[in-house]
Design a protein around this ligand. Structure first.
Ligand code: SF4
Length: 454
């Protein structure tokens, strides 16, 4: 996934970006970094590091002076960690181009990146990184004219999802892909503008959300003013990722103008209506991502809500850890059972999604080992049957349990007494609002908004 954040016209730019990144930390913990433009020496300075924001910055904002800055938290979907060069692929990237220095932070994934990179190599390009984000900059550099003129023809070559923040000569440029798959929000803090992957990072810096950056929009911000904004490519469909509402975004954020917490509560309510024949003593979330759906379920079904599992908050989010071995180890120490609550009970257990099945079987076993009488496993999303090519790390079908194993067999495999998925219609009804109803749901349907065929 990744998170991006930028602010201009603010003497505390470096500190505010640091705070913004802390509030986007849930979007990626593999690396973090910040690039700041110093107008006195007309130079972009950059700091990147491995791990979460506090690790990457050694616990405090980098001492980078300047009033315009961008930052990035990384979750790798393109370009893995290279042990010999641990900072490779950590963003922002800073490029010395014929137009001057430019820094880039990217959230998303470019599906046709292999072909684009091969063509660039044939043309003599040399890459310092292995991620698609660098190739975007090469495509821009090959276009004529100033940066704003070069952006549209370069971006039109991309098939995929991207929210970009560029820092050039003391100004911010925000870009959102023409389908609006990845989020990008515009905010205001005093006389400064902010761009952020999520609304909560703007609000926690004391700012206010102005609006979502529109699909296909390029927005240029300088000296506390929006200098220019235009749509470089218009598509008939606005297809934001529905998985932001299900799992990725913070419940404290608003996605497409709708509270993520409220959307998750509605998903839980709909699940309760789907499962009205199943009787249980209480409903319980897999913390943290199942909490709001479980609250909604409990209210709709009129049964108690209990915490029977306590999350070890010193561990990362297992799904956004790129390596499967690390993921499995994290699951073993991530969830701690409260045995007294579980023993002899019929439990409805709510999680957000079933992706690889890494967690589900282990949790059901854990509950049964603690004496649970029945465990009814329910997911606040439909079965994931197709890989995401837009920034979530499920590159092949074989990693997705629901793509190859029939649902009754999955239920037996995870030893649950029943297994229920939220229906696609109920998911859209819960996540949608206003103009935002035609989500990307490709991982549940195999129908990709940008026309990818597999
Ligand atoms: S395929 Fe799924 S996870 Fe990927 S962008 Fe679409 S809805 Fe989101």
């Amino acid at each position: 996934m990744c998170g991006v954040f930028g602010i201009e016209n603010n003497k505390n730019a470096a500190q505010i970006v640091f705070a913004g990144l802390l509030n986007l930390q849930h979007r990626g913990q593999e690396a973090a970094g910040e690039a700041v433009y110093d107008p006195k020496i007309k130079t972009i300075r950059c700091h990147v590091g491995r791990g979460g924001v506090l690790n990457a910055f050694n616990g405090a904002p980098a001492a980078l002076g300047g009033s315009c800055a961008i930052g990035h938290v990384r979750y790798a979907t393109s370009g893995k960690i290279v042990p010999q060069n641990p900072h490779q692929n950590a963003q922002p990237f800073v490029f010395n181009t014929r137009r001057g220095q430019t820094a880039l932070a990217h959230n998303g994934n470019i599906y046709n990146d292999k072909e684009l990179a091969a063509a660039l190599r044939r043309g003599g390009a040399i890459f310092a990184h292995t991620s698609d984000s660098e190739h975007i900059m090469h495509l821009i550099e090959r276009q004529k004219g100033p940066l704003l003129q070069a952006l549209p023809p370069a971006l039109k070559k991309l098939n995929g999802a991207y929210a970009l923040i560029l820092l050039e000569n003391g100004r911010l440029i925000g870009v959102r892909d023409p389908y609006g798959i990845r989020p990008l929000v515009l905010g205001r803090l005093g006389k400064s503008y902010i761009l952020s992957s999520e609304s909560i990072a703007i609000e926690m810096c004391g700012g206010k959300v102005v609006r979502d950056v529109a699909p296909g929009e390029i927005i240029v911000i300088e000296n506390g003013r929006i200098k220019k904004s235009f749509i470089f490519e218009r598509k008939k469909r606005f297809a934001p990722c529905v998985f932001e509402q299900v799992y990725f975004a913070s419940p404290a954020s608003r996605v497409c103008g709708k509270s993520v917490a409220a959307a998750r509560m509605e998903m839980g309510r709909a699940l309760a209506r789907q499962m009205k024949d199943i009787k249980a003593d209480f409903v319980m979330p897999v913390p943290d991502s199942g909490i709001f759906a479980a609250r909604g379920f409990a209210r709709e079904a009129g049964i108690p809500f209990e915490f029977g599992l306590v999350r070890n908050h010193y561990m990362g989010r297992s799904f956004i850890t790129p390596d499967q071995k690390i993921r499995e180890n994290i699951v073993r120490v991530k969830l701690l059972p409260v045995k007294e609550k579980i023993k002899g009970k019929k439990i409805i257990l709510i999680d957000d999604s079933l992706v690889r099945g890494t967690t589900a079987g282990k949790i059901v076993k854990l509950l049964k080992d603690c004496g649970a009488k029945e465990v009814h496993f329910a997911l606040s999303s439909p079965p994931i049957i197709s890989p995401c090519f837009y920034g979530i790390d499920t590159p092949t079908k074989k990693e997705l349990i629901a793509a190859s194993v029939p649902l009754p067999q999955i239920r037996r495999q995870i030893s649950a007494d029943s297994l229920t998925f939220l229906s696609p219609q109920n998911l859209i009804a819960a996540a949608g609002s206003g103009k935002c109803k035609n989500f990307c749901t490709a991982c549940f349907t195999g129908k990709y908004p940008t026309g990818i065929k597999i």
